[in-house]
Design a binder for this molecule. Structure first.
Ligand code: PLP
Length: 398
């Protein structure tokens, strides 16, 4: 039998993908998938955009396009990113097939087997998987409610050989921890970087989804906070502000890094789906994106409130969770080192699912926490689902 490659043998099926089978049953209450509710998608707006597209533009949408992206979208998106304070000069923007592809491209151009990447703990499962797929080694640093632990980060950056090649962070509405980095923590990260031979990757899939206007400033990317002491690659996505099915993300990176990533992308899929880009362009330049994002901010804020109220009402003593200021997630800490897999076993039987903590632990150990996504579940089912989980935790505690 022909052996699979060592790259492949390094890959693991995500616990989230495995739960999707249960999630697709109509009676299931799923807090597992970090995705929007189907009822929230701007279907009518997109119908109108497609109906009004001139024939020649539709034809462009059916065609292959430049690897770096559909030029009108790249240009409009650059303006959008510049408004966030991101540097456009000496940088290139590339549309990617989801921002997950941007993470893969960076790992592909930098990582040889055994190279080290410093990450947060917990960490986005897609980020972990991308690093593993390239046989990178994860060196993880705990998070607190203000961001990555700075003493831990310094130690992880100083440790070696091998010295880390990449630092991967998600400062805004972290998946799964739900937190947003404070301004001080962002500055502290930046102040640790000068003189290091490292590339930072800033993954910003959620920054548009703040619940309170006062947090608009807070979500300013680390990359935008001042001169970059090391190269910072910034990734973003239309997945949470239009729809993940469009598979549209982006990478903003210094020109030399982008040349390498573009070459890597050429050999993978030649270009990002052009039709998606044509639609996203119209959605963005017509002002509909701004209106839609304002609408979903309110929806997610309300869902998160409903979930927190249910948690307060039903959870037994000793269970802790964060108060999200944006994004999709609440991260729950169980008392007395209780194993979230045991809780999940009981709730699956009752038709309620979530994602266990160790899925997001680069060392695959910590399981006394779990992630609840409030983005997907119909509002009227949130409290019922939380009641079931609370009951299962009580059973495990007794
Ligand atoms: C932190 C983070 N980064 C990146 C992604 C990937 O998004 P996409 O590939 O759909 O753009 C996600 C999706 O859940 C995410 O949570």
């Amino acid at each position: 039998m022909v052996e699979f490659s060592s790259n492949f043998r390094n890959m693991r099926s995500s616990a989230i993908r495995e739960l999707m089978g249960v999630a697709s049953r109509p009676e299931t209450i799923s807090f597992a998938g970090g995705m929007p509710n189907n009822g929230l998608f701007p279907v009518e707006e997109i119908d109108r955009i497609i109906a009004r597209l001139p024939r020649e533009v539709k034809q462009v949408g059916f065609q292959y396009g430049p690897t770096h992206g559909y030029p009108p979208l790249c240009s409009a998106l650059k303006d959008f990113l510049a408004r966030k304070g991101l540097p456009i000069e000496n940088h290139e923007l590339m549309m990617t097939t989801g921002s997950l592809q941007a993470l893969h491209l960076i790992d592909r151009v930098y990582l040889d087997p055994g190279d080290v990447v410093v990450t947060e703990n917990p960490c986005f499962i897609g980020g972990i998987a991308a690093i593993r797929a390239h046989q990178g080694i994860l060196r993880s640093v705990p998070l607190d409610e203000e961001g990555i632990d700075i003493a831990g980060l310094q130690e992880a950056l100083d440790q070696g050989p091998p010295r880390p090649k990449l630092l991967y962070l998600t400062p805004n509405f972290h998946n799964p921890a739900g937190i947003v980095y404070s301004r001080e923590r962002r500055q502290a990260v930046l102040s640790l970087l000068p003189g290091r031979d490292i590339v930072m990757v800033e993954d910003d899939a959620y920054s548009e989804l703040y619940f309170e206007e006062q947090d608009r400033e807070l979500v300013t990317p680390i990359k935008a906070l001042g001169p970059n002491p090391v190269p910072i690659c910034y990734t973003g996505s239309f997945s949470k502000i239009l729809g993940p099915g469009f598979r549209l993300g982006w990478l903003l990176a210094p020109t030399d890094i982008m040349k390498a990533c573009e070459l890597a992308k050429q050999s993978i899929d030649a270009c990002t789906p052009t039709f998606s880009q044509v639609i996203a362009h119209e959605f963005l330049v017509s002002g509909q994106l701004d209106r839609y994002v304002a609408f979903v901010r309110g929806e997610y804020a309300r869902r998160s409130r409903i979930m927190r109220e249910a948690l307060r009402e039903y959870m037994p003593e000793g269970v802790r969770w964060n108060r999200p200021r944006g994004g999709f997630y609440i991260w729950v800490q169980l008392p007395r080192g209780l194993d979230s897999a045991e809780v999940l076993q009981k709730t699956i039987a009752a038709g309620v699912i979530f994602v266990v903590g160790k899925t997001f632990d680069p060392e695959a150990r910590l399981n006394d926490r779990f992630r609840l996504a409030f983005s997907h579940t119909p509002e009227e089912k949130i409290a019922d689902g939380i009641r079931v989980i609370a009951g299962a935790i009580r059973d495990c505690l007794s």
